[in-house]
Design a protein around this ligand. Sequence first.
Ligand SMILES: C[S@@+](CC[C@H](N)C(=O)[O-])C[C@H]1O[C@@H](n2cnc3c(N)ncnc32)[C@H](O)[C@@H]1O
Length: 201
Amino acid sequence: MNTESLWVQTSEVAHMSEAGRAGHPSHAVVTEHIATLHSGAPFELLDCGVISGVTYHHLLQAGLEVDYTGIDIGEAAIADCRERHPEARWRQMSVTDLAFSDNSFDVVNCRHLLECLPYYETAVREMFRVARRTVVICMFQVREPEALLRRETANGYIWFNRYAPGPFEALLHSLSESVEIVDVPFDHRPNRVYFCTKRSA
Ligand SMILES: C[S@@+](CC[C@H](N)C(=O)[O-])C[C@H]1O[C@@H](n2cnc3c(N)ncnc32)[C@H](O)[C@@H]1O
């Protein structure tokens, strides 16, 4: 029996591009917001939990001059992205322990990842630590009641958590000068996007 996280082992890197996931309108909401901040000038962005490189594709399609670094815990995801996009930087690491100095990136982005962790706090604090100004977090499971669910399979485990908005948003406010919240409806898969401006030290 394998006792690792399924995300570490997965080789199904195209999965998140299927079933309309790559076309979810939350991608456009995020890309447009980043474009309003950084259109026409180069900027450094860290993307956490890249899988198929879906966010990178949206940023390229929007014509943004992004100096992109993507991280993921999955070896196959990183190898696949590196092969298809050698012009960007791809590193295997956990969002809970980012091997970057404080204030390294203009924007830190994280989509549909925090629900896959045992809890969100360490990851959120790490993303704010390495961000200079902007942290963008897109969630697919933020609503009452909070439920932490660790599914066991023969091949490993996977977290599939739903977080209560109150404490999560209180944490974001404690780290931010401002937090803009945008709800993105889409069939049975609504998303909530948080655009955070980091509090200066
Ligand atoms: C649900 S997918 C979301 C992928 C993509 N961001 C999207 O929006 O479609 C979660 C991704 O986070 C990665 N992941 C899971 N745990 C991680 C961790 N601790 N650190 C970094 N990435 C992790 C998984 O390997 C997977 O690629």
